[in-house]
Design a protein around this ligand. Sequence first.
Ligand SMILES: [Zn+2]
Length: 384
Amino acid sequence: MSEFAFSLEAQHGAARAGRFTTPHGVVETPAFMAVGTLATVKSLDPDDLHAMGAQMILSNAYHLHLRPGDELIRDFGGLHRFMQWDGPILTDSGGFQVFSLEGLRTVSEEGVEFRSHIDGSTHVFTPESVMRIERNLGADVIMQFDHVIPGQSEESVARDASERSLRWLVRASAEVERLTREEPPRDNSQALFPIVQGGIHASLRREAARAIRAQGDWAGYGIGGLSVGEAKPEMYRILEVVDSELPSDRPRYLMGVGFPEDLVEGVLRGVDLFDCVAPTRMGRNGAAFTNDGRLNIKRAEFRTDKRPLDERCDCTACRRFSRAYIRHLFTSDEILGLRLLSLHNVHFLVHLMRDARAAIRAGTIDAWSREWLARYHSRPVTAA
Ligand SMILES: [Zn+2]
């Protein structure tokens, strides 16, 4: 009996409100997953994440394989225990990271040989070895190793990468079966998500989605290779194509897309799960998401500003502190400043998806999203 299930509670147009059941609990969708690349959502601890209502987080096989090592994490009882997060976890396969190592990697049908960005040591990732790494980490959802290409790649390049990703999916799936036969998982079972590739080419995306569905009945689907340099209208167009090709009774995860407007546009096109490093990375640089667009707290205009970052936000940073105080922390290089902005930004996206979910359930998602997007886009962006 599978420990994974997905049920739809409400649907309006392509937008869906659902419940994704995993061995570590239920994720109410649509949902934003905070990114803990190195087994930590930078500057936030599990109590912070629980308090803001975060339900599922993401971590990264490439980084944890290199440091501290996936076998070490396995010896600590897996990622949930190592980082003390008892909710659902998804691990990314490292495809994006490995293919980003331009000049430090060699791609073949077998896999990718690359040099570590930390110490230059040589490693090989294959569809099989990545499954072993993700098994050691023990996340609930594990992503296949895929061939990632730049967003504007021409059709022949995109086809080559997409077809290789499909062949790698067959190998990944066989390895999961072999591992499960030899040594059943000690704790939770894991769901392998395939990744739909195909760049900005609608016909390739269709072919990839159909070929993946023909390979098996998956617990969920990743949509990869978007928000990597293509124009936003292209991304939205491809999401509509993929929405029409994937089964409606499985969750869809749009990989690495996490700016507020992209989340809302993605929900309108049938996406259930999102992740992005933007809220913490931008937070460390002084940028805050607000319902009125982005602001950069380091600007002089906030020096005497008594208002919170966002008057409509109820995160601990906004409930207690003024823009002037947080700006002072940033200009003084105090670490509390980057922590407060990271906390606010992650809270903002978690709650944005919670609001979208409520609107879908209430049947008001069209009006809600129109009003939200108009307000968000109407104010000048003051981020650097
Ligand atoms: Zn806030």
